[in-house]
Design a protein around this ligand. Structure first.
Ligand code: PHE
Ligand code: NA
Length: 455
C-alpha cells in the first residue's frame, strides 16, 4: 500500500462538507424513529439523562477518536486499522475490529432499510391525504395494515435499498453534500412546527414532564445498556462509518470542534422529536411503550389535524426518507470502500453484491412483524434480536476497542498531531476519556447486564 496522504476514494471539498456528511450519517431514523420509542419503553426522563451523559462522556470522545484514526489511516476501516497498527508496531489482530464494524453495518442496514421503507410508504399515504381528519384509532390501524403486509414492506424496502446502493455506487462525496444542505434546515423547521402543534394538544406539559422529569426507579441494567447503545447508534459510532468519513477529511480541519457540532445537532434533533411526539401520545390516550410504530401512530394525527397538514406531512416524511438515506449510505460505505481497495473491483459491482445481501437479510425483519412474529431469539423477534445485537452489543464493543486503540495503541505523538488542539489540557481530557472513562463505562454496563453486580 502506498503511503499517500489522500484517500483513493477522494476527499471532502471542505470542513463544511464533512460536517454535512457526518451530520447526514448521524441524524436519521435513530433520532426521529428510535429515540422516542425507546424513551417511551424505558420510562422517560431518567433514561434521557443517562443517554445524554453517554453522548457527552463516551460518544463525543470516541467520535473524535474514530475521525482521527480515519484521517490518519486514509483507508477503509479494516485497512486503516492495519496501517495504524503497523505504524504503532502493534498486533495485526486489530483489523478484526474493522470486520466487526463491517458486519455490524450490514446487519443494521438490513433492518434500517425496512423502517426507512415505512417512511417511504408514509410519503405516499401523506400524498394521498390518508391522515386528514382521521382519529387516533384510524391512524393506528393504518400502521397496523402496513406492519401486517409483507408485500407492501418488501416493495418499499426494495425501493430504499436500490436507491441507497445507487448513491453509494456514485461515490459518497458527490450528491450527499447537496442533499444534506437542504435536509437539515428543512427537518429542523418541520420539527419546530410539530413542537408548536404539540403545544396546542393540552398535554404539552405532560409530555415535557415525561421526557425531562427523571424518576430513577424506572431504570434497570437493561435500560442503561439501551441508553448507552443508543448513544453509539445515534452518533453512528463503533462500526467505522465515522472512521471512513474521517478518511476523506482534509488534513487541516480541526476534528474536536467539528465533532462537537455534529453531536450537538444530532442531540437537538432527537430531543425535538421527543418533545413533539410525547404530548401527542398523552393527548390521544396512546401507549408510550407501543414500540417501533410510535412515530407512525402519533405524527400523522398532528398532520391530519393542523392547517396545511397535507403539505407539512408530505414534506416531513420526504425529509425523513432523506435523513434515513444519508445514514444508510454511511452504514455500507466501510464495506464498499474495503472491497474496492482489496479487490480492485468496480464500486458499482461491489454495491450490487452488497446491496443484494443486505436486502435479503432485510426480509427477516419484514417477516418479523407478521408471518414470523412468533419466531423469537431470547424473547425478541428477528428485528428485535438484530437491533439488540447491533446497537446494544456490537457498537459498544466496537467503540470499546476503538477507545483502547486511540488511547493506548496509537502513538501519542500521532494522535496529538492529528487532533492539533490549541490547548494541552484539552488533549489530556480527551486522552483520559478514551483511555479510562469510555472503556470502563462500556465494560461496567456490560457486566451489570450480565448480573455480575447482583442488582
Ligand atoms: N446514526 C444513524 C441514525 O441515528 C444510524 C447509524 C448507525 C448510521 C450506525 C451509521 C452507523 O439514524
Ligand atoms: Na442519530
Amino acid at each position: 500500500m502506498a503511503d499517500t496522504n489522500q484517500s483513493i476514494h477522494g476527499e471532502w471539498s471542505s470542513r463544511f462538507a464533512f460536517i454535512l456528511a457526518a451530520t447526514g450519517s448521524a441524524v436519521g431514523l435513530g433520532n426521529i424513529w428510535k429515540f422516542p420509542y425507546i424513551t417511551g419503553e424505558n420510562g422517560g426522563g431518567a433514561f434521557v439523562i443517562i443517554y445524554l451523559i453517554c453522548v457527552a462522556a463516551i460518544g463525543i470522545p470516541i467520535m473524535i477518536a474514530e475521525t482521527m484514526m480515519g484521517r490518519r489511516g486514509r483507508r477503509s476501516p479494516i485497512n486503516t486499522l492495519e496501517v495504524l497498527t503497523k505504524e504503532a508496531g502493534a498486533s495485526t489482530n486489530w483489523h478484526y475490529l474493522g470486520w466487526l464494524g463491517v458486519i455490524a453495518g450490514f446487519l443494521i442496514l438490513s433492518y434500517y432499510s425496512v423502517i426507512a421503507g415505512w417512511a417511504m410508504a408514509y410519503v405516499l399515504k401523506a400524498f394521498t391525504g390518508s391522515f386528514s381528519g382521521e382519529s387516533a384509532e384510524q391512524i393506528s390501524s393504518l400502521f397496523a395494515d402496513l406492519q401486517f403486509s409483507p408485500v407492501e414492506q418488501i416493495f418499499w424496502h426494495t425501493v430504499f435499498m436500490v436507491t441507497t446502493m445507487a448513491v453509494v455506487a456514485r461515490g459518497v462525496q458527490g450528491g450527499l453534500e447537496k442533499a444534506v444542505r437542504f435536509l437539515m434546515p428543512g427537518l429542523f423547521i418541520l420539527l419546530m412546527l410539530l413542537v408548536a402543534y404539540a403545544m396546542t394538544t393540552g398535554a404539552y406539559m405532560q409530555g415535557m414532564n415525561f421526557m425531562f422529569k427523571p424518576d430513577f426507579s424506572d431504570i434497570t441494567g437493561s435500560s442503561v445498556l439501551t441508553a448507552m447503545g443508543h448513544a453509539f447508534f445515534t452518533l453512528s459510532l463503533g462500526m467505522g462509518a465515522i472512521m471512513v468519513y474521517g478518511s476523506y477529511l482534509p488534513k487541516d480541519v480541526s476534528i474536536a470542534k467539528t465533532v462537537i457540532i455534529i453531536a450537538g445537532v444530532d442531540t437537538l434533533v432527537a430531543l425535538l422529536a421527543g418533545i413533539a411526539i410525547f404530548p401527542i401520545v398523552f393527548a390521544n390516550g396512546l401507549e408510550v411503550g407501543s414500540g417501533p410504530g410510535l412515530i407512525f401512530q402519533t405524527l400523522p394525527i398532528a398532520f391530519g389535524n393542523m392547517t396545511g397538514g397535507w403539505l407539512f406531512g408530505l414534506l416531513f416524511f420526504i425529509l425523513l426518507v432523506f435523513a434515513a438515506l444519508s445514514s444508510a449510505i454511511s452504514l455500507i460505505e466501510p464495506a464498499v470502500a474495503w472491497c474496492v481497495e482489496n479487490y480492485e473491483i468496480e464500486r458499482k459491482k461491489a454495491c450490487m453484491a452488497m446491496g443484494f445481501l443486505t436486502w435479503l437479510l432485510g426480509l427477516g425483519t419484514v417477516f418479523s412483524f407478521n408471518t414470523w412474529s412468533d419466531f423469537t431469539f431470547f424473547g425478541a423477534n428477528i428485528f428485535g434480536a438484530l437491533d439488540y445485537l447491533t446497537a446494544n452489543i456490537m457498537l459498544p464493543l466496537g467503540g470499546f476497542f476503538i477507545a483502547i486503540f486511540a488511547g493506548r495503541i496509537m502513538l501519542e505523538k500521532h494522535s496529538k498531531e492529528e487532533l492539533n488542539l490549541a490547548n494541552d489540557d484539552l488533549f489530556s481530557i480527551w486522552k483520559f476519556l478514551v483511555m479510562y472513562i469510555a472503556p470502563a463505562a462500556v465494560f461496567i454496563v456490560f457486566l451489570n447486564v450480565l448480573g455480575v453486580f447482583g442488582v
